[in-house]
Design a protein around this ligand. Structure first.
Ligand code: CNA
Length: 239
């Protein structure tokens, strides 16, 4: 086994206070494309970059185009948790992992069995009406034709995700800060650490066991105590 993976395994074995902070790269091995990899959404043919389509202004101006993207790219039917999701949920059950803080909106950590998941950017598995705020079945929103409408008031339905230009839920953010600040081991994985304010959360970590597991370099590599540039599912299957 690689020395770095062995170090991570030792940290995990020796700690009862681990926090995981992750992003889209955690789900690529489940078949959900991220934004910035070569086969990520930035490098696919699309009329606008994902961050434009996934913005509040764009949603308001062109919900048809938003939902075209949503149905084609955000909803990946049949995606299942991979070895990273599954090992993280196991570590929680073993009483070693305190929380998963995620930028993902796919619900795969919960599907793997994780209970304490802080979804910084919400989830496409929840939906509500933009006009009357009534909840709407996410399954229907994710599989309808065109723009879903509220049966009560006719308003446009939206996913319960944080669009660009919108604020993060302060309660979720504060909890994430608390877990990260108090963690003994912080494992950060599958994130380019380029989307703020989420990426800035790493600055709250005060310990000396910061592990970064990401295929490509990140701006935080030089601050980490351990950097592993490998597939996160493969790493988690060994720790
Ligand atoms: P990103 O900017 O696309 O970065 C992903 C990172 O993961 C890249 O640096 C890749 O090198 C790395 N990566 C890809 N596959 C693997 C792998 N198997 N193992 C290890 N590393 C890998 O995504 P971020 O999460 O950093 O950006 C934040 C955005 C992306 C958030 O707002 C998310 O909501 C949004 N997003 C979420 C999903 C999802 O829910 N699955 C999918 C696409 C985008």
């Amino acid at each position: 086994m690689d020395d770095k993976i062995k170090t991570l395994r030792d940290w995990i074995a020796g700690s009862g206070n681990i926090v995981f902070f992750g992003g889209a790269g955690v789900s690529t091995e489940s078949g959900i494309p991220d934004f910035r990899s070569v086969d990520g959404l930035y490098n696919q043919q699309w009329r606008y970059p994902p961050e434009t389509i996934l913005s509040a202004t764009f949603f308001e101006r062109d919900p048809e185009e938003y939902y075209r993207f949503h149905h084609a790219k955000l909803v990946v039917d049949g995606a299942k948790p991979n070895r990273a999701h599954l090992r993280l949920s196991e570590l929680e059950r073993e009483g070693k992992l305190r929380a998963v803080v995620t930028q993902n909106i796919d619900g795969l950590h919960q599907a793997a069995g994780s209970k304490n998941v802080l979804e910084l950017h919400g989830s496409i598995l929840r939906a509500y009406c933009t006009r009357c705020r009534a909840p709407y079945p996410a399954e229907k929103m994710n599989h309808c034709e065109g723009v879903p409408r509220c049966p009560e008031c006719g308003g446009i339905v939206r996913p319960d995700i944080v669009l660009y230009e919108e604020m993060l839920d302060q309660d979720v953010l504060q909890k994430a800060v608390r877990y990260i600040r108090g963690a003994e081991v912080l494992i950060v994985g599958g994130t380019s650490l380029g989307v703020y304010p989420a990426a800035g959360l790493i600055n709250y970590y005060e310990g000396d066991k910061l592990a970064l597991v990401n295929l490509s370099d990140t701006p935080y590599d030089r601050y980490a105590n351990l950097v592993i540039h490998e597939k996160i599912g493969e790493v988690f299957s060994q720790v």
